[in-house]
Each structure stands twice: as structure tokens, then as C-alpha cells.
Design a protein around this ligand. Sequence first.
Ligand SMILES: Nc1ncnc2c1ncn2[C@@H]1O[C@H](COP(=O)(O)OP(=O)(O)OP(=O)(O)O)[C@@H](O)[C@H]1O
Ligand SMILES: [Mg+2]
Length: 191
Amino acid sequence: MQLVSSFIGLQARYINDTRSVQMLTDSQNRIQAMSLVHERLYQTRGLSSINMREYIKDLAEALISSYKRQGNVILKLDIEKDISFDIDTAIPCGLIINELMTNSLKYAFPDETPGEVSISMREENGKIRLMFADNGTGLPEGTDPRQVKSLGLKLFYNLATKQLNGDVKLGTNKGAWFEVVFTPGITSGKA
Ligand SMILES: Nc1ncnc2c1ncn2[C@@H]1O[C@H](COP(=O)(O)OP(=O)(O)OP(=O)(O)O)[C@@H](O)[C@H]1O
Ligand SMILES: [Mg+2]
């Protein structure tokens, strides 16, 4: 997967039109989110669970540097230390954060405006609450992830409701916010 991702990166360098380069960069980041999970699994041989605090931090920081917004977009993480998931739960969580984070970096803070992205993940009564928020321009009025034609929010909604069996809420309040509440499976949950 790392190879596929580097290959797409190389391709992007040979293309001049910015929209195509953007599309390839987006694909590269989607693959990166999945390959980070695999990397973490190989690193912790024998362990089949991924620590979400470390994984989400790596993923979000990699996206900020991929969009060259270090020091400009500040990351606020509040992820319970001992939440670990197996690959079937970690990958959808990673892909969700990848889509939301990419959107914040692309749309929430135009023209290099500085901003903040907050991600929290906490356990409450056996359920996991994932909160994602930025303090940028906010979602376009009437954004409904069930109706959108674009891939990103549709992917977010499908991963959250179908893969994680979660409940989704979203809105705008000093920026875009998203919440997913789900019950981790038997093989996942607190390590
Ligand atoms: N955090 C955000 N702040 C402001 N606007 C946003 C934010 N997230 C999404 N949007 C708006 O919602 C639209 C839909 O987002 P979505 O991720 O579905 O599509 P996209 O990013 O345009 O394309 P894709 O994700 O398929 O590459 C975006 O085009 C943007 O206008
Ligand atoms: Mg998007």
C-alpha cells in the first residue's frame, strides 16, 4: 500500500492541472490512512489491536504536513489513552478522520487563515463517542451527508453508519462539527 501511495505521488508530479493533482493527493491520503494501520500492526507484532490515541495523532499530523499547514492549523486531541481497536474498527475510524480532516484543511480555513481542529474520542457507558470539530467557515447550509453527491461526506456517513453501526450528528457552530457514537465490537473496545 505504501508503494501504491508513492506511485500516485509520482504520477501527481507529472500532471500540470491542479484539479487532477488534488484528486491524486486525496487518493494518496486515503491510502495512507489505511497503510498507517497496517504499519502499526506490523510494528506491534503479536498484538492485533491499534491504539487510537497514537494512530489518530499520526494520521492527523501527516495530513497537516501533507497540506503544508504546520503551525497554521493547530491540532487539539483529547483521546482516551487506553482505547484500542482491532483493524475492522480502526480502519473505518481512520478513514472517517481522514475525510473530515481533509475537508477542514481544504475548506474551513481558506487563504491560509489559521485555525484549530479538535478531535476527541472517549468511552461513555460502553459506547465510544468520536467528536470532530473545526473553527472555520462552517458547512454549507443544508448539508445532509445522506444526500451529498460528493464522495467525502458520503464515505464518512456510510463508514459511520454501516461499518461502525453508529449514530451520526453534524452541524455548524463556530465551524463544522461531527459526532459519531458507536458500540465497539467484541474484539475491540478498551485494551
Ligand atoms: N470542515 C468544513 N468546512 C467548510 N466546508 C466544508 C467542510 N467540510 C465539507 N465542506 C463542504 O462540503 C462539501 C462536501 O464535502 P465532501 O468531502 O463530501 O466533498 P469534497 O471534499 O468536495 O470532495 P471529495 O471529498 O470527494 O474529494 C465540500 O465541497 C465543502 O464545500
Ligand atoms: Mg472531501
